[in-house]
Ligand binder design. Sequence first.
Ligand SMILES: [Fe+2]
Ligand SMILES: [Fe+2]
Length: 192
Amino acid sequence: MFSLKKLSPSITDMIRFDHSHVMVTFHQYTGDKRPSVKKALAETICDALEIHATLEEEIFYPAMRPLAGNQKVMEKSEPEHMEMRRLIHELRNTDPRDSRHDELVFELMRDVQHHVADEETVLLPEAEQTMTKDRLSELGTQMTKRRLELVTPKAGKIAKNTAVGFSSSTAAVVMGVAGALFAARAFTRKPS
Ligand SMILES: [Fe+2]
Ligand SMILES: [Fe+2]
């Protein structure tokens, strides 16, 4: 029988995929890019981080909180998201011709790398040790559904910024396509 739950990627794989995707975007940002490209890349990063943080706060962290062995890492996750949101707010309000724009992108990148490392070396392995595959997949389904709700109102803006930010990069086009396919896979694959 067709079961959406069985076909969905696990929530932990989805989180890892989001992390890789945003790091690829950070790596496109260099000081010599045109201001319009810098702004588009920054907006792509900000939107991706906001959506990812909301998904973790609404779905992954509540499921993980009672199971986490390392409560220290668990407890600092949301305050780190709040600090990230503060940087995002300042970045959005900074002119890309201002050197502060570069500083803010690189500060955000450092914070995100640190936060992602804690998640990938502590929380995600713990989730995979303490939850069943079915549970990880069911949470993956919840994450995909909620992602669609969060992305839909911003879809036009995200597509435009991705096109401007990545105009010279075929690698990024591949990543963008892979991301769209990954998100849609659970809903489009036909039962065999
Ligand atoms: Fe996080
Ligand atoms: Fe994360």
